[in-house]
Design a protein around this ligand. Sequence first.
Ligand code: GLU
Length: 423
Amino acid sequence: MLPAVAAAESNSALTSALRQFHAAADRLGLGGQQRDILTSFKTVFQTRFPVEMDDGSFRVFDGYRVHHNAARGPLKGGVRYSPDVSLDDVKALAMWMTWKCAVAGLPFGGAKGGVVVDPRAVSANELENLTRRFTAEITPIIGPDQDIPAPDMGTNAQVMAWMMDTYSMGHGHTIPGVVTGKPVSVGGSEGRYEATGRGLLYLLEEHLADAGGVRGKRIAVHGFGNVGGVAARLLQRAGARVQYICDRDTGIWNPKGVDAAAAFAYVEAGRPLADWDGAGERIAPDAVLEADVDILVPAAREHVITTANVDRVRAPLIIEGANGPVSPEADDALTARGVTIIPDLLANAGGVTVSYFEWVQARQYMHWREQQVNDELRRLLIDAYRTVVARAVQAPNCTLRDAAQSIGIERVVEAVTLRGIFP
Ligand code: GLU
């Protein structure tokens, strides 16, 4: 059974997520009722709220929080601040979180939130006002047993500290388990900031175990935020040659290897990559996607590889740091050409995995050492990777994405079936 949207190129994250879901549901032989349950959203919360700006005026913002499926546990997923985030994007991202948590073996369902704002276009004070008011708006539907937000594109540890504080003030006591990705000094976990990039590195080392690991491999990283920047730095440290990096305005190419650690230290201090004076030729950011390298890491956002540019993508191995960076149609074209894709559900699961560790620590008022966090992260991700590879090898014409989607969906179906339908 193919959804009606399958004919045209998926032009939104939600059409992609639904297309991927139905392809996996076909493989699993799911019936219409199960599909109805799994493509439904438990809660769709939409709010429009005023924020006082620095000049004393008020501006109205749109915010969303979507709960997809809670069969496996409390809902989990980031909050995105972006000028073009839509309710459909948030739904797609929430659905991906459900499958991702299931693939990683975490006891969570999937959620996502978003506020339509360019965080670079408001002051720190305005961002704090916006965050506190948005948190107040979603307070009835979040909580450490209910729905636990985290950082995503455009948000960071500081935003999580404001969210935790606002929620806690409303309850009269500190509740550290309500969000993850907080600063370590207010109950965040060691290793959470680097977790998504570190997870990418662990998975690549495992995937390339018989090919000498990442050492000496030529790499292109598209996106230079918490995922791409950290991944580039860790890959460089592990001996890979990071030849291409970019943020949204500037690409840098250096065949000998860009000093990704220095570039990221520069950008982490809040400065644009364009002003960094390290060695390398300046190129268009999206040229990075077409680089002649061993490994491409799309780590910026969804739908950067589509039918418009897929023919020019040259890397034989793609590891998805972002959620949904490859459209389903581009995915088909790459698969037909023999390109291997380590899919988002697995590739970027390091972030939510350490979020889970942070939530566990917060609920126990415990603090793990970074080595313990990294060791557990590696163990869970390698387990998930091996389970996905085993499935892909077993089934005919099954890509790693097909396998990851199937395993995630299957685990949610099992939970839905065991719990039954209330009443
Ligand atoms: N926003 C991240 C993701 O897409 C992390 C979510 C979390 O830690 O809850 O996986």
